[in-house]
Design a protein around this ligand. Structure first.
Ligand code: SAM
Length: 268
């Protein structure tokens, strides 16, 4: 489980000796400080074809999962201002859906570490006529460049499993939430329907990397993506991470037989 890192090595900088933990990059064990660079390569490589591939890979289901997330967010229909922070927001999908669902005073900030994904998102915002409502900021989820208590809600969709220190990202999301604000995490989970698990495994490991190669020219990145899904902690363990980050009223809902789970927590 990515949440429990083991100390394997040390780095020495000047007089300071720092313990370096290992983590997972898909099925490989890598030093935690290496993971982000490897993740960044994946998303730089697939950025331009990311949205097409998302539709293909999930057979369009990611749209329904994201719509459910937005319906849980409930952006206000009246004039009350509502500010969403969409962490690891990539090409902006969740932000666009939230702005569409809310009133004229709903705004979203997409924070992502990858300039390639953000560039595609900015182009999409212009094409949708939403450039004044959705802002794109290059930022690491582990160190968000926003003041405390500045957002009404924070989301991360299919992003948290890519972040080397998930606990830090969750604490940061809590920090920037206003009291009463909700943190929603949409992530692949663990299939809990007998029969579906075998089909899902075959589909993921045998078909997705090939599809990735056809659409993006890059099978390896999609091999990482399916492996990282398997490495993600089960929902109970992830709920503990959310509680550990100080979030309250933590709960989750399995979707599509557990292929995905929607986790929720509140900053009190
Ligand atoms: N949320 C979008 C969606 O649902 O379509 C994009 C999800 S994509 C699978 C994962 C995103 O996480 C990528 O855009 C990647 O750049 C971003 N990411 C990975 N590590 C990150 C980090 N440490 N901080 C911020 N974003 C990160």
């Amino acid at each position: 489980m990515a949440a429990s890192n083991t100390v394997e090595d040390v780095t020495v900088e000047g007089d300071a000796i720092t313990a370096v933990a290992d983590t997972h990059f898909g099925f490989r064990t890598v030093p935690i400080n290496e993971k982000q660079r490897m993740v960044d390569e994946v998303f730089h490589s697939v950025a331009k074809r990311y949205d097409v591939m998302n539709d293909l890979m999930s057979m369009g289901l990611h749209r329904a999962w994201k719509d459910l997330l937005v319906s849980k967010l409930r952006p206000p229909k009246n004039d009350r201002p509502f500010a969403l922070l969409d962490v690891a927001g990539g090409t902006g999908d969740v932000s666009f859906r939230t702005v569409e669902a809310g009133s004229a005073n709903t705004r979203a900030t997409v924070a992502d570490i990858n300039g390639g994904m953000l560039a595609v998102g900015r182009e999409r915002a212009v094409a949708k006529g939403m450039a004044d409502k959705v802002e794109f900021v290059e930022a690491n989820a582990e160190e968000l460049p926003f003041p405390d208590r500045s957002f009404d809600a924070a989301t991360i969709a299919f992003g948290i499993r890519n972040v080397p220190r998930m606990d830090k990202a969750l604490s940061e999301m809590r920090r920037v939430l206003k009291p009463g604000g909700r943190c929603l995490v949409l992530e692949f989970s663990h299939v809990d329907v007998p029969g579906l698990d075998a089909i899902y495994n075959t589909y993921s490991f045998k078909l997705i990397p090939g599809m990735g190669k056809m659409v993006t020219g890059d099978a390896e990145s999609y091999q990482y993506l399916v492996e990282s899904i398997r490495r993600f902690p089960p929902p109970e363990a992830f709920a503990d991470l959310m509680r550990g980050a100080g979030l309250k009223r933590v709960s989750w809902t399995p979707l599509s037989g557990g292929i995905v789970a929607l986790h929720s927590g509140v900053r009190i």
